[in-house]
Design a protein around this ligand. Structure first.
Ligand SMILES: [Zn+2]
Length: 321
């Protein structure tokens, strides 16, 4: 039984390949925060991108978490599809119908070239602000565009509203939605639900009260808080983590094959890997081998802080030592 005050956290990876050091860093901080808080931790697979995601990656990902000792309490398990986003379309559809009933959705027929129009303001995350070209189309204009063979995406009318929240690691954060978000797509023209919708519906329906994730999603948080409130859900407490970057300042990714779990599990042990990650996180002074439970009492967000961590030659040497 879940009570209204029960703490529930989630780890929500994308099973599009083997986890790499950057994913492990985020997973460890999520796990430590949940264990320190006494929160139930659920595992959810964010596999909306059917071209990149595969069931066997989800199984490998779960196996890699177990190998590290990062246990979870509920959610994904082998053969159970309830915690795969790809199997939760009916919930996303129901949320769209609710927003539609509130008059918040409209079809957008713009193609890629129109969306990226040169005069549209570019946002801090590199995306382009949608200026509402299709907001006020008449029914006959819509019909004419559909007769041209255009399939619409569905956008949500974002109001002139300022959303503020206090991040558990980055502190107070404020965004003017109409200037920094704009009318976002909730369902693409090919029928695929947008991450922004799925994450909000899942966090809401799963009763998530704590979200720990990379700070690349910090700027998406105000729109998620707004969407949650439209759908009748209370926002969780958010803690964003620094990212692991390479010496060129690029976020670690799957291109660094020697930092993925397929390789890491052959060159090191769970305890040594956890020691290196905890040292990168600022939790340990030295990258000494340690188990996941031993890290729980040592963890705090003050140690982690906000600066991204460079994974340079020294970390590579520690991994191979
Ligand atoms: Zn449009």
């Amino acid at each position: 039984m879940t009570t209204a005050t029960a703490k529930r956290a989630r780890f929500a990876p994308t099973p599009s390949g083997r986890m790499h050091l950057g994913n492990l860093f985020a997973a460890l901080l999520c796990w430590l925060d949940a264990r320190k808080q006494g929160a139930e931790l659920l595992l959810r697979m964010e596999d909306l991108d059917r071209e990149r995601c595969r069931p066997e990656y989800a199984a490998l990902l779960a196996d890699d978490l177990r190998w590290l000792g990062l246990s979870w309490d509920s959610g994904w398990k082998e053969g159970d599809r309830a915690y795969l986003q790809s199997q939760r379309q009916a919930y996303y559809e129901a949320a769209l119908r609710k927003l539609e009933g509130m008059g918040l959705l409209y079809p957008c027929y713009c193609n890629r070239r129109e969306r990226l129009a040169a005069n549209a303001p570019h946002l801090s995350d590199g995306s382009v602000l949608y200026e509402g070209r299709c907001r006020a189309l008449t029914q006959s204009q819509r019909l004419a565009l559909e007769q041209e063979g255009r399939k619409p995406a569905l956008r949500v009318r974002i109001p002139k509203e300022t959303i503020s929240f206090v991040d558990g690691n980055y502190g107070p954060y404020t965004e003017q939605l109409e200037k920094e978000c704009g009318d976002i797509i909730l369902r693409r023209s090919d029928g695929v639900f947008a991450y922004q919708l799925a994450v909000v519906v899942d966090d809401g329906l799963m009763g998530v009260t704590r979200v720990v994730r990379g700070h690349d999603l910090l700027s998406s948080t105000p729109r998620q808080i707004w969407l949650l409130s439209q759908l009748g859900f209370a926002p969780p407490h958010y803690c964003h983590t620094p990212l692991l970057i390479d010496s060129q300042g690029r976020r670690l990714s799957k291109r660094d094959r020697d930092l993925d779990m397929g390789n890491l599990r052959t060159v090191t042990t769970p305890e040594r890997l956890l020691g290196i990650l905890a040292h990168l996180a600022g939790i340990l002074d030295r990258p000494d081998a340690i188990s996941a439970p031993e890290l729980v009492p040592l963890f705090s967000w003050e140690q982690v802080g906000r600066a991204d961590r460079v994974v340079g030659d020294e970390v590579m040497r520690q991994l191979r030592a």
